[in-house]
Unconditional design. Structure first.
Length: 239
């Protein structure tokens, strides 16, 4: 399975548009079919119904951002993506937390599996990142995963924002192996058990995991603390 995915990600720039579209479809099928491991207990992602799918080929109307000027829907080599175009943001959160947030409109879930592809478009060093937001209640109450290149208390951790500046609920020591190429991300949330699992490229072994039951049903989204990324092929299975 891993070799198949590697082949898909190495789609050459000169490949035709139809081939790239087929690659995107095959990729999503492969990623979703992978098992989500809940602390040693296999639970296939297909246990949850498909509730959202996005390739950005028809636009980005289903997304609500904290700063419209910081996000761009664009075509790259015949493929449409949605991405962050600058590090600064006009959005100033009330408590210290990420500045670039794009939330899916009209979707709230408690338990879910989200998968997507992401490409970092600017190497900013140790805190080069992307974020996944989930169980989002409001601008001062939510979880997010900070996939920072080098872990420290403010980078490369699963975070909680609860009416106060973000705080890590993990003590992760693993680096996030960013390159300038496309990467796969998967996040698995079971609100009943409180488990949170985050995967980066390796869809079998979590990069980070935690247990927390503070927030239940809420919104879900993508973004970054203050970095630049392109996002594509997003799928959410949940309830």
């Amino acid at each position: 399975m891993r070799e198949t995915l590697k082949g898909l990600f190495r789609a050459e720039p000169w490949a035709g548009l139809a081939a790239r579209r087929m690659t995107k479809t095959m990729l999503m099928a492969c990623v979703v079919a992978m098992p989500a491991t809940i602390w040693g207990e296999e639970r296939p992602a297909t246990d949850l119904p498909l509730v959202f799918e996005e390739t950005f080929e028809q636009g980005r109307q289903r997304w609500e951002t904290t700063d419209e000027e910081s996000w761009t829907h664009r075509e790259v080599e015949g493929n449409h993506v949605f991405g962050i175009n600058r590090r600064q943001s006009d959005y100033k959160p009330e408590v210290r937390s990420p500045r670039h947030i794009a939330l899916i409109k009209d979707l709230q879930v408690s338990d879910f599996v989200i998968t997507f592809r992401v490409r970092s478009t600017k190497d900013t060093g140790n805190h080069r990142d992307c974020c996944v937001f989930f169980n989002y209640q409001d601008s001062k109450n939510f979880y997010y995963v900070h996939l920072g290149a080098r872990p420290d208390p403010h980078s490369g951790q699963i975070m909680i924002v609860k009416n106060a500046p973000r705080t890590a609920i993990t003590e992760n020591k693993k680096r996030t192996p960013w390159t300038d190429q496309w990467h796969n991300v998967k996040l698995v949330r079971d609100s009943g058990k409180g488990t949170i699992e985050v995967y980066f490229d390796d869809m079998e072994t979590p990069l980070m995991k935690a247990v927390d039951k503070t927030f239940g049903k809420g919104r879900i989204g993508i973004g970054s603390f203050d970095d630049m990324n392109d996002f594509d092929d997003i799928e959410v299975r949940g309830r």
